[in-house]
Design a binder for this molecule. Structure first.
Ligand SMILES: *[C@@H]1O[C@H](CO)[C@@H](O)[C@H](O)[C@H]1NC(C)=O
Length: 341
């Protein structure tokens, strides 16, 4: 009997698939009782939810950069349609989370916000000016002298101070605005390396974001793109012979990072990444592209790990800390139109 039912359901899906368009209104959705039952179920689930009063040990923050409500709606419909249904009735894993909230992450000085000041809002808890990172709104964009004394602390920094291991994983360059709000304080999100720093910022004592990645909060796991900002301009990229580092100060920041840490490893390709033994690695930096990594559809799986693989590796290293860990995960490459922000 069970087998017959299963076959019947598959049959309906195949028919809908052959139909080519989705003009067929699902039988059940025409019946008001279907919706009443669903409503009752939802109410029952909410009423029977027990508040979790335990104290969390670990925290993973996933950020979909450019993934607003309409992008999520499009994803839900597409998931359903790929299963041969009309789409809207589909349920994403995140739709089933017990708690959902919306939060405003606006910029203080203008209406269209950017990733730097919004990341400062959700990672440091302080709303900020457009284009600035890890600074309160007292600081002004590109004004080095306005930065000093206006630094705000990120959740990554606070987790580290609380004795946890910490990490960042991103499909963007790791010096990009969203991850950089975890560890840098700068009035200009585009100051990736000292090449981008104007001379008055250098004489004013401001440091580029790549420098701050290595010298500020001690981060256990750093995975993503952004190789070029770590190496001197004389250094040719190991993967692309036409690309060189961008640093003018002749500093190899990867070496600086490795030298001052125990059990630290640096990798730039999938083979070396796979060979990392989490048991004897306490620090891992993996930079797989000179700038941002590629879209998942364009990724060469023999050269670069996927976001999932990076997250798995990060957790295996970070979870060795008995006090717990904090991990920031960003997929920047979700919607190409919105990813400019
Ligand atoms: C856990 O993290 C803290 C803070 O970084 C560090 O001092 C401690 O050594 C770590 N413990 C382990 C077991 O890795």
């Amino acid at each position: 009997m069970a087998t017959q039912q299963t076959l019947l359901i598959i049959g309906i899906f195949v028919l809908a698939g052959f139909d080519g368009c989705f003009s067929v209104i699902p039988e059940e959705e025409q019946n008001p009782n279907f919706w009443y039952v669903k409503g009752k179920e939802a109410l029952h689930t909410s009423l029977s939810m027990k508040p979790n009063l335990h104290r969390a040990k670990n925290l993973i923050l996933f950020l979909g950069d450019g993934m607003g409500i309409s992008t999520v709606t499009a994803a839900r419909i597409m998931k359903g349609q790929m299963e041969g249904k009309t789409g809207e009735e589909s349920v994403l894993a995140m739709d089933t989370f017990p708690h959902l909230a919306l939060s405003k992450t606006y910029n203080v000085d203008q209406q269209m916000p950017d990733s730097a000041a919004t990341a400062t809002a959700y990672l440091c808890g302080v709303k900020a000016n457009y284009g600035t990172l890890g600074l309160s709104a007292t600081a002004r964009r590109k004004d080095c002298s306005s930065a000093k004394g206006n630094e705000v602390k990120s959740i990554l920094h606070q987790a580290k101070m609380a004795g946890k291991s910490v990490g960042i994983v991103s499909t963007a360059r790791v010096q990009h605005a969203s991850p950089a709000a975890s560890y840098s304080h700068t009035p200009e999100r585009d100051w990736y390396s000292d090449k981008e720093l104007p001379s008055e910022a250098i004489t004013g004592g401001c440091k580029d974001i790549a420098y701050q990645l290595v010298h500020n909060t001690d981060i256990n796991v750093i995975l993503g793109g952004g190789r070029q900002y770590m190496f001197p301009k004389e250094t040719v990229d190991p993967e692309y012979s036409t690309v060189t580092g961008s640093r003018q100060d002749k500093t190899n920041l990867v070496d600086v990072w490795l030298r001052s840490r125990n059990n630290a490893k640096y990798v730039w390709n999938k083979k070396d990444f796979d060979a990392i033994n989490e048991d004897n690695t306490d620090y891992l930096m993996g930079l797989f592209e000179p700038k941002d990594t590629r879209y998942e559809l364009e990724r060469d799986p023999s050269m670069d790990p996927s976001l999932t693989e990076m997250v798995e590796k990060a957790i295996k290293i970070l979870r060795k800390n008995s006090t717990g860990f904090y991990l920031f995960v960003e997929d920047k490459l979700i919607s190409c139109l919105v990813s400019i922000a």
